[in-house]
Write a protein that binds this ligand. Structure first.
Ligand SMILES: Cc1cc2nc3c(=O)[nH]c(=O)nc-3n(C[C@H](O)[C@H](O)[C@H](O)COP(=O)(O)OP(=O)(O)OC[C@H]3O[C@@H](n4cnc5c(N)ncnc54)[C@H](O)[C@@H]3O)c2cc1C
Length: 549
């Protein structure tokens, strides 16, 4: 059976009729990671997500699989050790969507780190993360740093360090996890929101009430264990459970802004100092360069974090100081996104000082909440939760489950054993695409989204190409694939979380909003009002990405 809205009734019937070992609330990286781990160990697992998979923080990050160099300054050695080591694991399991990226750390006059401290810091970073010899940091002279990135300010520059990180597409990593969990037996439903808990006389949760936002109906789901993996919404669920005491979340907002590559033509991804002691990334990719992030305490609407004028001004100032010849203004910003970090509150600490460690909180009702953490460390977070649930089920029912096997579990699309095998597949794809005139960049972008599933999309694109459609043939082929295999429902699901086009390909997206919305409306048999509502959503997201108050 396909992971498609066409099978929605089947998924919701399963949710209504079965009793699950584990029900996960929240379809971000944390929840989907847990669903996969549990399914692989033979648990009967379900997951519900109130919006689309990856709709929360997990589509609004810096899109790096990184160890967190700056956490060294805060002496979070265990965090850097654990998350740093996970980079290679995440890469191995999803080579299409996780791409090695050399990062430049410029060393500047009056910066927070000198030559010696940078060299030592990067060395420790590599050691803690167990980086192999060939990928260890390389310190650069002033001249070498300028050659690596000519836009750096010659007057301020003292030298630099090059070290290894990985770049990803966060929302696509989430969907690959969801698809893999589905293929291993998990039942996952998006647009399905947890509304309340049903408890027995001892106050223990026995089932939950969820609302399906598509069929507009509510139903009960029974599960032995319930995990609250709701990211920034974790405390709202704890409140619903009447267990919001002790540890609480402190949300902080992070904003990224996007420039056309010509406006910020960096040769090299960079991580650099800002006057207030923070550090910022500037990352060139596919015809754009994005810059971020901010880190400010957030107490407003969790469903709608937005980039404000002052967020943009902060990032512009940082970038213009580091690369003084480019003189960017707000008018150069072509897109943006804002996300919320679900961090654990610590008395007296500023937003940037709060730890990125994850924490598990278990309430008297049995609700298991998990918050904090990083995209990069999702697998370890999932392992902790599933170990706990397996142990508890074992104690109560005497059932045993296999050990965690996600360390060597390729995700859908990442079906390659070595980087060479992945490169071979890409080169074959390119040869096939050349025959019908798709260019190299288009094919590479396709591969980095769908990996080993790309050939079937290319075949469909050829079909559309030969039929001379008004829309982009590749986009139509991707749409078909996402309808059939990636559970999309709206145009926003497609343009934001499956293709990222709203951030990275604004011009094309603009022309395709209407035809794609129309196609989806036909696919789901929606009426005129529903089409209008789909269009309103995507048009408002499109406008929001460049309007700052
Ligand atoms: C600006 C920024 C940059 C970052 N950059 C990086 C980075 O480069 N690398 C890295 O490793 N980490 C990064 N992080 C951290 C990382 O993005 C987060 O730790 C991670 O995405 C959190 O995932 P999550 O699944 O816990 O939460 P989310 O992704 O927010 O998922 C929670 C989900 O729960 C759903 N939900 C809420 N309430 C309900 C309900 N009642 N019923 C059903 N579903 C519900 C929401 O819709 C949401 O989709 C960054 C974070 C931010 C904010």
């Amino acid at each position: 059976m396909d992971f498609s809205q066409h099978n929605r009734i089947h998924f919701s019937e399963k949710l209504k009729n079965e009793t699950f070992d584990l029900l996960v609330i929240g379809g971000g990286i944390t929840g989907c990671g847990i669903a996969l781990d549990a399914a692989l160990r033979g648990m009967k697992v379900a997951l519900i997500e109130k919006h689309d998979f990856g709709w929360g923080t997990s589509s609004r990050s810096t899109k790096l699989i990184h160890g967190g160099l700056r956490y060294l300054k805060q002496l979070e050695l265990k965090l850097v050790h654990d998350v740093g080591r996970e980079r290679a694991v995440v890469y191995h399991n999803a080579m299409h969507v996780v791409i090695p990226e050399k990062m430049l750390l410029p060393i500047v006059h009056n910066g927070s780190l000198g030559k010696q401290t940078s060299s030592f810091g990067l060395w420790i970073y590599d050691m803690l993360a167990g980086v192999k010899n060939s990928e260890r940091r390389k310190m650069l002279s002033k001249h070498e740093t300028q050659m690596a990135e000519p836009l750096l300010d010659e007057k301020k520059l003292l030298g630099g360090g090059l070290y290894y990180e990985y770049r990803t597409d966060d929302a696509r990593l989430v969907i690959e996890l969801a698809k893999t969990a589905f293929r291993h037996g998990a039942t996952l439903l998006n647009y399905c929101e947890l509304k309340s808990f049903n408890k027995n006389e001892q106050g223990k949760i026995e089932s939950v009430v969820a609302t399906d936002h598509i069929s507009k109906s509510s139903f009960e789901i029974k599960a032995k264990y319930i995990v609250n993996a709701c990211g920034p919404w974790v405390d709202l669920l704890r409140k619903e459970d009447e267990s919001l005491k002790g540890k609480r979340l402190q949300l902080t907002k992070g904003v990224h802004i996007v420039f056309p590559f010509e406006k910020l033509p960096l040769q090299q991804a960079a991580y650099f100092d800002v006057a207030d002691g923070r550090m910022i990334f500037a990352i060139p990719r596919n015809g754009i360069t994005y810059v971020g992030t901010t880190d400010t305490v957030y107490n407003q609407d969790i469903d709608k974090p937005i980039a404000t004028k002052s967020d943009v001004a902060y990032l512009l100032k940082a970038i213009n100081e580091m690369f003084p010849t480019i003189k960017l203004t707000q008018a150069d910003v072509v897109s943006s996104w804002a996300g919320l970090r679900p961090l654990i509150y610590e008395d007296g600490k500023s937003a940037s000082e709060l730890s990125r460690k994850d924490e598990i909180i278990i309430s008297n009702s049995g609700l298991i909440s998990i918050a904090g953490g990083k995209l990069t460390g999702y697998r370890l977070m999932a392992k902790k939760i599933v170990d706990l649930v397996a142990k508890n089920i074992g104690k109560v029912e005497g059932r045993t489950f296999g050990n965690c096997s996600t360390k060597r579990q390729c995700l859908t699309g990442g079906n390659f054993s070595t980087p060479e095998e992945a490169a071979r597949y890409l080169s074959e794809l390119q040869n096939e695409a050349n025959e019908v005139g798709f260019n190299k960049d288009e094919v590479e972008t396709l591969f980095h989204k769908y990996g080993s599933e790309s050939k079937q999309i290319l075949l469909k694109a050829k079909f559309y190409f030969e039929g001379k459609t008004a829309s982009d043939p590749m986009l139509l082929a991707e749409l078909d694939y996402c309808i059939q295999n990636e559970n999309i429902f709206t145009a926003a699901d497609f343009f934001i979380r499956r293709t990222g086009s709203i951030f990275f390909n604004r011009v094309q997206t603009h022309f395709e909003l209407e035809p794609i919305s129309q196609k989806l409306t036909n696919e789901w048999n929606l009426n005129e009002a529903e089409l209008q509502s789909m269009l309103n959503e995507i048009e408002s997201e499109y406008a929001q990405a460049v309007s700052f108050n």
